[in-house]
Design a protein around this ligand. Structure first.
Ligand SMILES: *Cc1c(COP(=O)(O)O)cnc(C)c1O
Length: 249
């Protein structure tokens, strides 16, 4: 490699950029329409879920004005953060990075360092781990309580509705954490209305004790309209923008 040759950094192709731009504007239109149908003044915030796709897509999305991205695997989040730190320090604070995956206790500290918002806190045991690591930050780390909306079985992660108040109180008492609100995934194979109605009720109860916990993160590619109707403040949209993911092994 000659001196004036650029170092090898991954970059999205012009075609891929066009595709992302088109998908993003379709999703933004869906959100605008859903907001209007719901009679709401303010649109929910879009968190683009970049999991399973390369950091070049994240960078392209940031350049298209995306202000929030979501990741669900600690290793992948960490690799992307390291890449940005070295190559695109201008993108370290925006887009904000949301962690939305299950949290293993031994990974909690690194998640607290790499993410700006941790949406998937589902047990009291994680709180001191996140709180310790967040002490190194200049500002409190925002965390959400993930609620399990499955009716009979244990579902796709989250604390049972009966445990939300206790977990929220423990978070609110932690010196370096800020309780932002709740997050949930609608159970597979059923009407998301029931699930999002439950989440809205649980969020309403939380707000009585913690009036600043205004975030309700709900709604994905397939159900963002329903979530908007039920009051979601944040939507987490992956495949409708990035395309279908390779099936995890
Ligand atoms: C992957 C994922 C999403 C995005 O799902 P899509 O259907 O691709 O939009 C949202 N929330 C969580 C928790 C996820 O893991």
């Amino acid at each position: 490699m000659t001196d004036d040759e650029a170092p090898h950094l991954p970059a999205a192709s012009p075609q891929r950029r066009e595709e992302l731009k088109r998908n993003l504007s379709e999703v933004r239109q869906r959100i605008a329409d859903a907001t209007r149908s719901a009679g709401r003044d303010e649109e929910p915030r879009l968190v683009v879920v970049t999991k399973f796709f390369g950091v070049e897509d994240l960078i392209a999305l940031a350049e298209l004005g995306v202000g929030d991205v979501g990741e669900n695997r600690e290793q992948e989040l960490h690799a992307k953060v390291e890449h940005l730190r070295e190559n695109r320090p201008d993108l370290m604070s925006v887009p904000r990075r949301h962690f939305i995956g299950q949290i293993q206790s031994k990974k909690a500290k690194r998640i607290a360092r790499d993410a700006d918002v941790v949406q998937s806190v589902d047990r009291v045991k994680l709180v001191p781990l996140l709180d310790d690591a967040a002490a190194e930050r200049g500002e409190p780390l925002e965390v959400l309580v993930q609620v399990d909306l499955e009716q009979d079985s244990h579902g796709r992660g989250g604390v049972a509705p009966a445990g939300v108040a206790e977990l929220a109180d423990v978070i609110a008492a932690a010196a370096n954490l800020r309780l932002g609100g709740v997050m949930a995934v609608a159970p597979l194979g059923e009407d998301p209305r029931r699930a999002f109605a439950d989440l809205a009720r649980i969020h309403g109860e939380l707000l009585r004790e913690h009036p600043d916990a205004t975030t309700m993160s709900a709604g994905m590619s397939g159900d963002l309209e329903v979530a908007t109707q039920f009051g979601a403040t944040h939507l987490r949209v992956g495949s409708a923008i990035l395309g279908s993911r390779p099936t995890p092994r």
